[in-house]
Design a protein around this ligand. Structure first.
Ligand code: NAG
Ligand code: NAG
Ligand code: NAG
Ligand code: NAG
Length: 275
């Protein structure tokens, strides 16, 4: 089973490993990371659950497993082989990609390789660039996944909670200190672009190999209380200014575990075993 995509999909992978690993004796399991690939092995089951970092699914300048915080993001819209060679042979694929596209500016889409002067590119609206990349993924699925023996899933966009004014809270706050879910059943945050959701729906529907959407967006919209906020490993030492204002470094994108992403996996489990 291979999860591939961005750090939200990594979170779902970690959640699944946590849910399963408890029933496997210590010496019959392992987990290791080599560059972009993390592999959890359950030896007695001949099974691996893997995560492969590919935040845009197609090739990009953000592919490095560690150094990927580039501001000027560039994708090579039709090029997927660099990542997809790590997906070959999987019985179950779980894709995602969304947040990295949300730059607020048109995407630079290379038509040539990431080398030389990179003169061959087009600037595309986010929706169009996203469609190009998803279509490339669908083509790969059609060519490489056997609908009789394998399953393909795509997890929809994971909401963020960066502005508490969106749910009628503090006009300057974010998810920090939120302890209860949003109760308005129709709540939909500004960070979840409906246009992108439409592109996703239409593009996946056209796939000749069925791709099951794990639609976690609405149920996760409510969970302003479920983010890691300030309770996570800080990779860089916090400055005194940050420490004086915890809101400034609260992570309102990723999710605590155990938590919401375990529910995503329960949905995935239901779709896998009770299609
Ligand atoms: C795992 O694979 C090995 C080698 O292919 C095979 O001998 C063994 O029976 C398999 N075990 C299970 C539990 O499927
Ligand atoms: C899937 O199974 C059907 C029915 O058994 C068969 O006709 C078809 O060729 C199979 N498809 C592939 C890709 O193996
Ligand atoms: C969050 O809660 C803590 C502890 O109750 C409090 O000291 C802090 O001022 C709160 N921060 C915000 C931004 O509301
Ligand atoms: C996911 O669910 C939302 C409503 O909760 C719906 O608007 C959207 O079209 C669904 N997305 C897909 C890709 O099916």
């Amino acid at each position: 089973m291979v999860f591939t995509g961005d750090s939200l999909n990594r979170g779902q992978f970690i959640s699944l490993v946590c849910l399963l690993q408890g029933v496997i004796p210590k010496d019959r399991k392992s987990i290791k990371t080599i560059e972009s690939l993390t592999v959890f092995s359950a030896m007695d089951y001949n099974a691996t659950i893997e995560f492969y970092w590919a935040p845009f699914l197609v090739e990009s300048n953000s592919d490095n497993a560690i150094v990927h915080r580039v501001t000027d993001r560039i994708v090579r819209g039709r090029s997927i082989h660099k990542h997809a060679r790590h997906w070959k042979g999987a019985d179950i694929m779980v894709f995602n990609t969304y947040l990295w596209w949300m730059t607020g500016v048109p995407m630079k889409v290379l038509t040539g390789p990431f080398s030389g002067d990179m003169k061959n590119f087009e600037m595309m609206e986010t929706e169009d660039a996203y469609r190009v990349a998803l279509t490339r993924m669908v083509r790969w699925v059609e060519k490489n996944m056997d609908p009789n023996t394998t399953r393909v899933f795509f997890t929809s966009m994971s909401p963020t909670h960066e502005k508490s004014k969106e749910w009628g809270g503090d006009p300057t706050g974010n998810c920090l200190n939120e302890t209860t879910p949003i109760e308005d059943p129709t709540y939909w945050g500004g960070g979840s672009r409906k246009n992108i959701m439409r592109v996703l729906k239409r593009t996946l529907e056209r796939s000749k190999v069925p791709i099951t959407v794990v639609n976690i967006t609405q149920l996760s919209e409510y969970r302003k209380d479920a983010h890691t906020a300030i309770y996570k490993k800080q990779w860089n030492k916090l400055t005194p200014e940050q420490l004086a204002n915890p809101k400034s470094y609260a992570d309102c994108v990723h999710w605590c575990l155990p938590g919401l992403q375990d529910t995503w996996n329960e949905l995935l489990y239901a779709k896998l075993f009770y299609p």
